[in-house]
Design a protein around this ligand. Structure first.
Ligand code: OAD
Length: 275
């Protein structure tokens, strides 16, 4: 099963309707530890090909706010984030979009990988193949030491010129010029996927192929409502993988997965490493 050419979009509009909180950061303090079943332990010990799909929740314990969770969704300067992170807004008001990304760059620049990112980096030594597919643009998986990382939505530290197309790294925080310009004089944009844009075809194709052939598929810290990433657990299940969700909340994929570990990624993933 392969899904191509789908622009970034959301299946449920509930979170958008509930766009009430200014940049949400759901903290789950009082969780009882998730139970790691004997079957999961056995599969974890025997697996060779493992894929982990991550979302904003994995970086929550690093201090990066999630977009959704706790029944709400992020608002910045009165704009629902799905509006301010859209191709339409970039065309209409690039300076505003850059202000939003400038803010996010400042938050992310302060963040360090947490125990969940570190556990996944360590899993690379454990399994024959461990692929992290992330919707996050914060670069924290690489900072933790993961090497095989497929970034579905781009990277906040890269910029792309709208005139010459050149992609470069830019770690300036805060930005001195908004919108920033390329050496060719053209306007730069964040090298991230905005709502209404297609995902990078090659990265999506590889992610789908890895999901289709893995034995164990983890879906960690994502609300699983943004497509096409949210199809990946379906592809994995269809391919015969054992699918495990790690999230303190239920999501649309909770009914599809083989087991849900209801807890924080920073506690559940290191606990699995000990299994
Ligand atoms: P969301 O913000 O939609 O969902 C975050 C999920 O993380 C929620 O289901 C929370 O319950 C869960 N969560 C919170 N804290 C957690 C913790 N400590 N451990 C585990 N889970 C936790 O984030 P995404 O699903 O990643 O795209 O959102 C998908 C895409 O929507 C993002 O990549 C972004 C956004 O628009 C772009 O901007 C291109």
């Amino acid at each position: 099963m392969a899904i191509y050419g789908i622009a970034l979009g959301v299946i449920s509009s509930t979170a958008c309707r509930n766009a009430t909180r200014s940049v949400p950061f759901t903290v789950f303090d009082q969780m009882s530890p998730a139970e790691i079943t004997e079957e999961l332990k056995r599969r974890f010990r025997r697996a060779r090909r493992v894929v982990v799909l991550t979302g904003a929740g994995i970086s929550a314990e690093s201090g990066v706010p999630t977009f959704r969770g706790g029944g709400g969704s992020a608002v910045w300067r009165g704009f629902p984030f799905e509006q301010i992170s859209s191709a339409e807004m970039l065309a209409r008001d690039p300076a505003l979009v850059w202000e939003w990304f400038n803010y996010r760059r400042q938050v992310i620049s302060q963040a360090r990988p947490n125990a969940a990112h570190r556990a996944l980096a360590e899993w690379e030594k454990r399994f024959q193949s461990l692929v992290v597919i992330t919707q996050n643009i914060d670069d924290l998986h690489r900072a933790a030491g993961s090497r095989t990382v497929l970034e579905l939505h781009g990277n906040i530290w890269r910029v792309r010129c709208l005139s010459c197309g050149r992609v470069t790294e830019n770690r300036q925080v805060p930005l001195r010029e908004i919108p920033p310009t390329c050496t060719c004089g053209g306007m730069l944009r964040p090298d991230v996927v905005l709502f209404g844009e297609a995902l990078p075809g090659e990265v999506l194709h590889r992610a789908q192929a890895e999901a289709a052939r893995c034995e164990l598929f983890f879906i960690v810290g994502t609300s699983a409502i943004v497509y096409p990433a949210a199809y990946l657990p379906v592809i994995a299940k269809h391919g015969g993988a054992y699918v495990v969700e790690v999230n303190p909340e239920t999501t649309p994929v909770s009914s599809l997965v083989d087991v849900t570990l209801s807890g924080k990624a920073g506690e559940v993933l290191p606990a699995l490493s000990e299994a």
